[in-house]
Write a new protein. Structure first.
Length: 285
């Protein structure tokens, strides 16, 4: 699988998912068809509480294709600048904008024109003004160095075929002391080759998943510190069967090897260099 092939398939499937939302069909399974009876509900369902959903347009909720709720876990503060990598229909950008308030700002970055159009419409419907959606790729973030306080993402970094580049870019745009706070599917132990080689399973948030220790190593290599992965959902055999079925994989045969191997996790890290406060009488002299 080439990098270009993966990117083209992901772009096509997410464009289709955005168009489906305009018809009122829920787009589950990280971009798969909502008519699929084996849709990956264990990954995408019940991620946002009623209070959060009630704040947003229905189309923002319908377009949610993530595996977690980074806005609930990132501990966003008033006045912060947030960047969402792979922002899709904008649900996490709009929620972040509310969290950081009028003094802060939330950017959403996406490469899919259909998703960007949907996100702009959701921004208009929400009435939230401290939001800006950017067209671009997460491997080449169109923002200056040291320009954001928090980088979030929701089951998107695993879709990239060049994760080292993504993490390096996230590190670059974060301010010193800035936080990396993303939800992603990760594995415990190495993935079976028959899953890894499936292009469609990249779109399904599975084949591109990193092994948890490998993810930590890549973050450290990019320069991050205080790296941690908190499991939020661990998928059992019955869950895994729902997102591997109809992918030309003999799920029954590999069931013992996938039980508990896949999980949604909240990945935290920090860019070094936070300014330390000083309480001594002479510290500002």
């Amino acid at each position: 699988m080439s990098t270009t092939e993966i990117k083209d398939v992901v772009k096509e499937k997410y464009g289709q998912a955005a168009l489906r939302v305009t018809t009122g069909a829920k787009s589950g399974c990280c971009g798969s068809a909502p008519s699929d009876p084996h849709c990956a509900d264990p990954i995408t369902s019940n991620l946002y509480d009623a209070a959060q959903i009630g704040q947003l347009p229905d189309t923002a909720v319908l377009a949610s294709l993530g595996c977690g709720n980074p806005t609930a876990l990132a501990e966003l503060k008033a006045g912060e600048i947030v960047l969402d990598l792979g922002s899709g229909g904008g649900i996490d950008v709009l929620l972040s904008a509310r969290r950081v308030g009028p003094a802060g700002k939330a950017y959403g970055l996406d490469m899919t024109d259909e998703m960007l159009a949907l996100a702009e419409e959701n921004k208009r419907k929400s009435g939230i003004s401290n939001v800006e959606f950017l067209r671009g790729e997460i491997e080449n973030i169109p923002l200056p160095d040291n320009s954001v306080d928090v980088v979030i993402s929701n089951c998107v970094i695993n879709l990239s075929a060049n994760k080292d580049r993504v993490l390096a870019e996230a590190f670059r745009v974060l301010k010193p002391g800035g936080r990396f706070a993303v939800s992603d599917v990760v594995t415990r132990g190495e993935m079976l080759p028959e899953i890894r080689k499936s292009v469609l399973m990249w779109v399904g948030c599975v084949a591109g998943a990193l092994e948890e220790n490998n993810y930590k190593s890549k973050l450290a290599a990019a320069g991050f510190e205080n790296v941690d992965i908190e499991p939020t959902r661990i998928y059992k055999v019955e869950d895994a069967m729902s997102f591997l079925k109809d992918q030309n994989i003999d799920v029954e045969a590999i069931a013992p090897q996938i039980d508990g191997k896949f999980m949604s996790g909240f990945i935290r890290a920090q860019k070094p260099g936070a300014t330390k406060s000083c309480c001594a009488p002479t510290c500002c002299s």
